[in-house]
Design a protein around this ligand. Structure first.
Ligand SMILES: NC(=O)c1ccc[n+]([C@@H]2O[C@H](COP(=O)([O-])OP(=O)(O)OC[C@H]3O[C@@H](n4cnc5c(N)ncnc54)[C@H](OP(=O)(O)O)[C@@H]3O)[C@@H](O)[C@H]2O)c1
Length: 299
């Protein structure tokens, strides 16, 4: 498994990470035994960065159980979600450490920007947690460039976790170049566009009610149909290289050295095993152009 350095002086982490939102049940129920064996499959396959969050339902607790006796094999990242006052952050990390059954995480991230909480107080608290040894690194998620600049005035941080995949490229204009110039590591989230880039759903596919996708506009109407048509064309490009669409989608993110790690969600060991093939190869310029052409199509 290829490794890249997190930020300018952080650990070398695997380029594929385990996104632990689905095993918390947010994308449909996953029983605990399956969730634990999925975490083990990730580690056994070299996917030794795990990303979870306070808000990921049962995810932290399941990971805590899965990591019994294996904590030192992984780079463990979690987040404080929603409320970022000093007290809220302190109480969130204590709870996360308890759930994760560890006394220190490797990366602690602010899940998103919330204007209700002064960023200097939030970042000061994050920095204190780092100094106290409760986390080795600190990071932010879903921040714009201005927000990162404000955060960095109080405390330097190692990473941004933004939304980035073949169908969601907003970060390319400003956020990505900024992170590259500041040597802020990028952990790309939702790399399969919540599963759309698996190419496995049909136009009339019904997501169960307990799956967040049953309420997402992206999985409904004309936009959904248009994206399904694009995934079929991307799948054909992947097949010519003996890759799956999932592997193409992961490798496409890794074409940029600025992307430190791609956080891929999975619900069972078989899904995890497929992700490994998303690294270890390169696109040709012609293939990248062909992909651009497919993405630029509007109908
Ligand atoms: N910071 C943030 O605000 C934020 C937001 C979103 C996500 N994240 C992070 O990013 C991670 C990844 O995002 P995500 O999990 O939401 O979505 P994702 O990785 O884009 O997609 C995950 C879904 O793709 C499908 N899938 C994955 N591997 C597959 C395989 N080999 N074969 C068939 N289907 C496969 C599964 O869908 P089915 O359920 O249909 O099987 C799975 O639930 C999260 O787990 C989380 O760690 C962070």
């Amino acid at each position: 498994m290829e490794k890249r350095q997190l930020g300018n002086n952080g650990d070398f982490v695997p380029v594929i990470g385990f996104g632990a939102w689905p095993i918390g049940g947010g994308m449909g129920d996953v029983d605990e035994r399956t969730a634990i064996s999925t975490v083990h499959a990730a580690i056994d396959n070299g996917i030794t960065l795990i990303d979870t969050a306070q808000a990921y339902r049962t995810s932290e607790a399941v990971i805590g159980k899965a990591l019994k006796g294996r904590r030192n094999e992984v780079f463990l990242a979690t987040k404080v979600s929603g409320h970022y006052s000093r007290d809220a952050i302190r109480s969130a990390i204590e709870n996360s450490l308890r759930q994760l059954q560890t006394d220190c995480v490797d990366l602690y991230q602010i899940h998103g920007w919330n204007p209700e909480y002064p960023i200097d107080e939030s970042m000061q608290t994050m920095e204190r947690l780092r100094e106290e040894g409760k986390t080795r690194y600190i990071g932010v998620s879903n921040f714009a460039v201005d927000q990162m600049k404000l955060a960095a005035q109080t405390a330097p941080f190692h990473s941004l976790q933004p939304h980035y995949n073949l169908l969601d490229r907003e970060i390319e204009a400003e956020i990505l170049p900024y992170c590259e110039s500041q040597q802020i590591g990028i952990l790309a989230h939702s790399p399969l566009a919540k599963g759309l880039l698996t190419g496995k759903y049909t136009p009339d596919y019904q997501f169960p009610e307990d799956d967040e996708r049953s309420r997402m506009p992206r999985f409904q109407g004309e936009g959904y149909q248009r994206n399904l048509a694009k995934t079929e064309k991307l799948k054909a490009i992947a097949q010519r290289r003996n890759l799956t669409l999932i592997q193409l989608a992961i490798g496409w993110l890794l074409r940029l050295q600025a992307v430190t790690c791609v956080l891929v969600g999975a619900k069972n060991p078989e899904q995890v095993a497929e992700h490994i093939g998303g690294q270890g190869w390169q696109f040709t310029d012609a293939e990248l152009q062909e992909i651009e052409n497919v993405l630029a199509e509007t109908s």
